[in-house]
Design a protein around this ligand. Structure first.
Ligand code: SAM
Length: 282
């Protein structure tokens, strides 16, 4: 992947870097994981305050520079890897410890990286990350403006947008404004682990046609008729004419319950058994 495509907008405003590090409240007792250290705008300040640091960089050239820079420093572990798929327990300084995740995330992979850590067996104690402003707002949205992304994050974490960062703070300058958010993983996800797959299947179906009324959207998403969709929604105590974006996590859970009671109707149109199995996995 080219550097451009790796979302390499390096932070050049030291005051912004300092503000991010202060927001993370790093102390000499902290175990810190930084995703995408790049040329070290945050790393330099984090290393000065943290107990130990692991930095995960996907760009081989930058990882090599970081190996050289921290060679012989036992406090810092440089790992060349893709943070979208890495298992935090595979990192020696992180495994078995409570840790903070701090990052100026590449725009193209911000959501999969956040989800990888939130959904992992060993999520961070807190994440302070910079993402595109619109993504930050969507993650923090309340019923009225919810989306699949709001649900996918809020089931696992409490979200707070802390401050915005203008394009001038980076080189090269991105086209969008950024925002720093704090994500605090919940002690228990709002949806129990064994129900999460079905919860997201129902919500995804419900968002299939986000501008339509819920019964139409759910009917399209599950491939069932609108009368059945309406009765599933109304059995959950929800007005079926509402828009999907107005539905809270609790209401999606109630809908999951009434969908389960109705025998989980979900009609898959596919010609082969393989296609149907794939559709059911999605
Ligand atoms: N932290 C640096 C700063 O603030 O200037 C760089 C931030 S830049 C927005 C994103 C960084 O993430 C780049 O160094 C890029 O190479 C790295 N990166 C891109 N995709 C990645 C991935 N999948 N896993 C880990 N790092 C990645």
């Amino acid at each position: 992947m080219s550097r451009q495509r790796l979302g390499q907008n390096f932070l050049t405003d030291r005051a912004v870097a300092g503000r991010i590090v202060r927001s993370a409240a790093v102390t000499p007792r902290s175990t810190v994981l930084e995703v995408g250290p790049g040329k070290g705008a945050l790393t330099n300040q984090l290393v000065a305050s943290a107990g130990t640091m692991t930095v995960v960089e996907f760009d081989s050239g930058l990882a090599l520079e970081l190996y050289d820079r921290f060679d012989g420093n036992e406090k810092v572990d440089v790992v060349e890897a893709d943070a979208r798929t890495i298992d935090p327990d595979s990192l020696p300084l992180i495994s078995g410890r409570s840790y903070l995740l701090v990052a100026n995330l590449p725009y193209y992979a911000a959501t999969p990286i956040i989800r990888n850590f939130l959904e992992s067996e060993h999520p961070p104690e807190r994440m302070i990350v910079m993402v595109q402003r619109e993504v930050a707002n969507e993650m923090q949205a309340e019923p009225g403006d919810m989306s699949m992304l709001s649900l996918a994050v809020q089931v696992y974490a409490d979200v707070n947008v802390l401050f915005e960062v203008p394009p001038e703070a980076f080189t090269p300058k991105p086209k969008v404004t950024s925002a720093v958010i704090a994500l605090t993983p919940r002690a228990e996800p709002l949806v129990p682990a064994d129900l999460q797959q079905d919860f997201f299947r129902v919500a995804k179906a419900g968002f299939k046609a986000p501008r339509k009324q819920l019964h139409n959207s759910l009917a399209t998403g599950l491939n069932i008729d609108t009368t059945l969709a309406r009765s599933i929604i109304e059995d959950a105590g929800i007005d079926s004419e509402r828009r999907p974006a107005t539905i809270s996590i609790q209401e999606w859970s109630n809908m999951l319950e009434s969908w389960s009671k109705a025998g989980k109707p979900f009609v898959v149109h596919g010609t082969s058994r393989k296609e149907r199995a794939e559709a059911l996995r999605r």
